[in-house]
Design a protein around this ligand. Sequence first.
Ligand SMILES: [Zn+2]
Length: 189
Amino acid sequence: MRKGDSVLLLSGGVDSAVCLALELKADRRVVPLFFNYGQPQFESELIAFNGLVNHYGLLDEIRTWNTPNLGHSGSFDYPMRNVIFLAYAVNLAATLGIKRVVSGIRESGYADTTSLFVDVFAGMARNLSDGKINLEFPIFWLDKKNVIARGKSLELPFNLTHSCFRGNEPCGECATCKEIKEEVSILEA
Ligand SMILES: [Zn+2]
C-alpha cells in the first residue's frame, strides 16, 4: 500500500482547488476525482477541473465518474449528494490501495455538510476498512474568506476555478460569486 497518496474530490471550485493545492504542498501524490451527475454547471466545472489538473501536471492521474443524474429540489440543491460522492471516493481509494480521501466540504446548513455528517461518514469508512481509509476535510471549519486567503498564499490560479452553481457562466450575482469576487479583489488591492 502506498503512503502519502490521496484521492481528492475536485469539482473545479475554489474550495476543492484549495484542498488540491494543500495536498500538493504536503508533497502527496493526488488522484483527482470529478463527478458528472447532471449538474447545470457541468461544462464549466469540467473545464476548471481540466485546467487545474493540467496546471499542476496531474493529467495522468485523473478519474471521472458519470453517475445517473442525481435528483434535486428546486434550486439545484442535491440532497445528500456528498453521501454518494464520498462513497464512490472510498471505493476508489480502496481499489487503488490509497488510505487518504480528501474533500473540500465546508461546514454549512445542509444535512451532508454538517460536522455530524463528516464525523459519521469518516467513522464509517475508517471502521469498515479496519482503519485503513481515512477521510480528511482540511477546510471544514474555514469560511470563504479564509479559504481564499489560503488559496492566495498557495498561489492558486483562481482564474482557472469555477464555483458558481447556477450555470456555466459565473452569474456574478449568487452568494458564492459575490463572495469570491469581493475577497479576491480585496486580496489583490
Ligand atoms: Zn453565481
